[in-house]
Write a protein that binds this ligand. Structure first.
Ligand code: NAP
Length: 292
């Protein structure tokens, strides 16, 4: 579909942004939906984030996605936040409604939809070991808590962000047991009682599994192991090792796909063509780890 004076624009704000798979995924979706919308990468230096947000209004963008490092700093620059974005304190999707910018966070629902493609519904009764307490961990933890998981243990390098995540979960789900462990503590014993393990840190790449505080040898076929990092091969070293132990595995690609699909729903109110988006990612896989 050619770009004309009628074409509506949606951007992805990131720094860097050139390797993002979102433009190919989202443009494939809009073409399949017959919508006259172009999705463009927008390289925004953190010092220019305020100007970029005003630019979305001035240029009548339909909306935007937001990726590293802007997901948290963009929050106070928006006019409104939906509940999930307000609770997580991070935004990955913006809708421009006649000059009013509303921030949403579709990462959590994206993760849940991807998880539900590979697991049986009983995952809701499990206890979770969550490695990391950054933006992605916050979205995933909140979404899992909303699904009623039994307990969450946050394992992070630093205590501060882990405490902040625990407080956030406590405000939203006061009944949910949440514990904190630090990376330098012995945690392998926890694998017996926590059948879901989620890596929401950039660690464990390039074969450096020892950087992770989980001994993959102790994983079993009853575990579900998720790595939010998205890589070309679809299997990070953590997932490859977990698969060898017979565990159910989930890479970052499904979350990327479904957070983007939910964003399309927010911008257009229409059902996104998920399988076409999945194929677009597959065919565009580059050799660099990707952010949405
Ligand atoms: P973030 O907000 O910067 O958080 C990073 C987390 O990793 C923090 O918990 C941080 O711990 C920890 N960490 C970073 N470097 C570390 C190190 N050297 N040793 C130990 N811990 C370290 O980043 P994010 O947005 O949450 O992203 C986290 C990961 O998820 C990234 O790999 C990203 O690519 C991936 N992700 C994937 C998707 C998807 O759609 N598939 C979406 C979002 C994010 P401290 O608190 O101690 O600093």
């Amino acid at each position: 579909m050619g770009i004309t004076g009628e074409t509506k624009l949606i951007g992805i704000l990131g720094y860097p942004v050139s390797h993002s798979l979102s433009p190919c995924m989202q443009n494939a979706a809009f073409a399949a939906m017959g919508l006259d919308i172009a999705y463009v990468p927008l390289l925004v230096n953190p010092t220019e984030l305020g100007a970029a947000v005003l630019g979305l209004k001035a240029l009548n963008f339909l909306g935007a996605n937001v990726t590293i490092p802007h997901k948290i700093p963009i929050v106070p620059l928006l006019d409104r936040l939906d509940d999930t974005a307000a609770m997580t304190g991070a935004v990955n999707t913006i809708v421009n409604d006649g000059g009013v910018l509303t921030g949403y966070n579709t990462d959590g629902i994206g993760f849940i939809r991807a998880l539900e493609e590979v697991t049986i519904p009983s995952y809701r009764e499990t206890s979770v070991l969550l490695l990391g307490a950054g933006g992605a961990a916050r979205s995933v933890a909140l979404a899992l808590a909303g699904k009623g998981v039994r307990a969450i243990t946050i394992i992070n390098r630093g205590r501060q962000r882990a405490e902040e995540l625990k407080e956030m979960l406590g405000r939203a789900y006061p009944e949910l047991p949440v514990e904190i462990r630090l990376f330098n503590e012995e945690i392998n014993g926890l694998l017996k009682d926590n059948m879901m393990v989620i890596n929401a840190t950039p660690l464990g790449m390039e074969g450096n599994l020892k950087a992770l505080p989980v001994a993959v040898d102790t994983l079993t076929e009853d575990h579900v192991v998720c790595d939010l990092v998205y890589v070309e091969s679809s299997q990070t070293p953590l997932l490859a090792a977990a698969a060898k132990k017979g565990a159910t595995i989930l890479g970052g690609q499904g979350m990327l796909l479904h957070q983007g699909a939910e964003a399309i729903h927010l911008w257009t109110g229409k059902e996104p063509p998920v399988e076409i988006m999945r194929q677009a990612i597959e065919s565009e896989r580059s050799n660099i780890p990707q952010e949405p």
